[in-house]
Structures are given as C-alpha cells and as structure tokens.
Design a protein. Structure first.
Length: 354
C-alpha cells in the first residue's frame, strides 16, 4: 500500500445529497479521522495543481468574484484566467467550500487555505517517499537487476551518476552514449533546465525531433507511477492484489486529468534524480519549472487534438471501465444487429404515426 493512500479520508459532513450514478462503483467511504479540507487538498494537488499557493489562489479568486466581478473577461491576462479556472475547479472539488469562504473572516479564509495546502503538501511528500524505492523495479525488465545496483532508500548514486537513471534523465535530443555529453551532465557543466524534458517521458525512451509528440508522456514508467499513486502499488502488476481502495476510488476519480499526468511525470523524474529532498526552489532538478512546462503544454488550446488522444490513451491504460464505455460496438456482431433491427423498427413505427 502506498504511503499516500487516503485510508484516513473524512466523513461526508453535512453537504446536501447529490444524485449518484448507481451503475458505477462510487468512492469508498471511510471513517472521519482527519479534517475534510486536508483530505480534499490531497486529491486537488495530485489532479488539479500540485505547486500553487492555495492562499493566493483563494484570495485572488474571491477578489475576482467580488470586487472585480463586473470587469470584462478581456481585461484579465491569460495567467489570471488560468488561475481563476483552477480556483473554480477547487470550489467544485470541495463540497460547500464557496459558501464557507463567503461566510468566513480573513483569519477563517487563511485557516481554510492552510488546511488545503497541508493536504497538497502531505500527499506530495507521501508519494515522493513511496515512489523512491518502487521506481527501481520499473526501470528494468521484470526479473532483471540493475547493474550496478542502486540503494532503495539513498539517492546519492542515482541521477547522472548511474548509467540507467542517467539515460532516462538525459534530455531528449541529447545523446547519452556520447561520452563528452555524459561527462558534462555528470560534472554539472551542462545544467538541465526544467523545460528540457528527459527521455523518461517518451514511449520506449525514443524521441523523434521531427515529430516530438510521438510517444510523448506514453512511457510505461509513467503509467506504473500513476497506478502506484492512484490505484494501488499492486495494480502496477498484471494481477493486482490490493485489498483496500486506492486513491482514485476513494475520491471517485474515473478519468485521468492533464495535471495528474504532469504530477506523475514530476514524481518519476524526481525519484530518478540524486536530489534527496523535493523542494520547489531546487535549481538542480528544477522540478517546479518542469511541472509547469508540462502542464502548460497539456492545457494549451492549440494542442487540444494531441492532448485529447493522449488522455484517451491514458484512460485506457488506467481505468478499464473507461475503455469499455468508449469502445464502439463490433460491426456485424449479434449486439450490433439487434440494435440495428430495433432502430429500424422504431423508424418504421414513427413513419406509420406520421
């Protein structure tokens, strides 16, 4: 079980009942052992935004919905619009949050923001700790061992210091087999910026400079990281053995979000690095810039077609029910013929009435 599993999720509180889909397995209900805002903050960080300041997000959101409500949309910058979209998503994620904020003092608003931030930070910390060891099992074929071996709880021999992790972290477009480049990366003479994405994020670690979208964010290592965090550590295997609900089920998550892909990519990249502690200001891993650059691409309207295809691919890897729901009926099957006959009969009856 992942250290980040929400096995202490809160009770539902006094939120009004909403109609649920009885034909889908809903979120797992668990005893109320922590503040609901912390609980929801954990999921918000993993699926909406992992590195934002929740206090600034809420303060700016309230300002725009209040004093700046009459200002035209065109008066806001692209960044302000994006920020407000995240704020509205936060409100829709946590039951009764908007009413609670509107009826709170400044101190109360700060307390709410701090609890949500606590959830975001604790989830990130738990996942970082859990993946550090587990990822070593995903970067080599099953049954094979790393040579030389890598310590599971110490990161000093990772990053560009090790042949395998160095190859995975090598920026796309650079040749890891080039001894000069390899030495520059190891010595720190070549500083890798966060927006220089590693081969890790590509399918089979193959980068096509003529078509950089090919295989992008379709790495089996990223899929394993996602499953480890959102479904269960055992779901990474073909036959999951988990006996308790994963984070996706606990939160009623039925599809992959762009932010969740950016999140798992950031976690996997950091796990392979030699940096011991995840910090936003770490200039070596430049994790914040990496996360932001991935998220910006996946939320870019100009890339909508590629991102839609990517999300469909991800949902098929992670959520089996999504795949079956999206799969068209097989042509010439018995089901297809029954549906066609029924449609023809309805059309005939309709024509008869006319």
């Amino acid at each position: 079980m992942s250290a980040g599993n929400e096995n202490t999720s809160p009770c539902t509180g006094t939120a009004p009942r909403q109609r649920e889909n009885a034909l889908q397995l809903g979120p797992r209900k668990r005893p109320c052992l922590s503040d609901p805002l912390v609980h929801h903050g954990r999921h918000f960080g993993r699926t909406v935004h992992a590195l934002c300041s929740t206090h600034a997000l809420i303060t700016n959101g309230l300002l725009r919905d209040g004093e700046r409500a009459d200002e035209p949309e065109e008066s806001f910058t692209v960044e302000e619009r994006r920020e407000h979209k995240i704020y509205r998503t936060l409100l829709s994620t946590i039951p009764n949050l908007e009413d609670r904020l509107m009826n709170s003092s400044e101190e109360g608003i700060r307390m709410i923001a701090d609890l949500i931030q606590k959830g975001v930070s604790s989830a990130r910390s738990d996942d970082t700790k859990s993946i550090k060891s587990a990822i070593l099992d995903w970067i080599v074929p099953r049954g094979q061992a790393l040579n030389p071996p890598i310590a599971r709880n110490v990161k000093a021999d990772r990053g560009f210091h090790h042949e395998k992790t160095g190859f995975l972290l090598c920026p796309a477009g650079l040749d890891w087999s080039d001894d000069e480049i390899k030495q520059q990366l190891r010595n720190g003479d070549f500083i890798v910026a966060g927006d220089q994405w590693p081969l890790l994020v590509y399918r089979d670690q193959v980068y096509d400079p003529e078509n950089p979208w090919t295989g992008l964010f379709r790495s089996t290592i990223l899929v394993a990281t996602f499953k480890h965090i959102f479904t269960s550590p055992s779901s990474v295997e073909k036959e999951p053995k988990a006996t308790r609900s994963g984070n996706a089920r606990i939160h009623g998550m039925t599809h992959v979000t762009a932010a969740s892909i950016a999140y798992v990519a950031t976690q996997a990249r950091f796990a392979l690095s030699s940096s011991p502690t995840f910090t936003r200001s770490d200039s070596v891993t430049d994790s914040e810039r990496f996360y932001s650059s991935v998220l910006e691409l996946l939320e870019d309207p100009d890339e909508e077609e590629e991102v839609t295809d990517l999300l469909v691919w991800w949902n098929r890897q992670v959520f089996p029910t999504y795949s079956s729901a999206q799969r068209p009926i097989t042509k010439d099957s018995a089901l297809a013929k029954i549906r066609a006959k029924r449609a023809a009969l309805k059309a005939q009856n309709l024509n008869t009435r006319v």
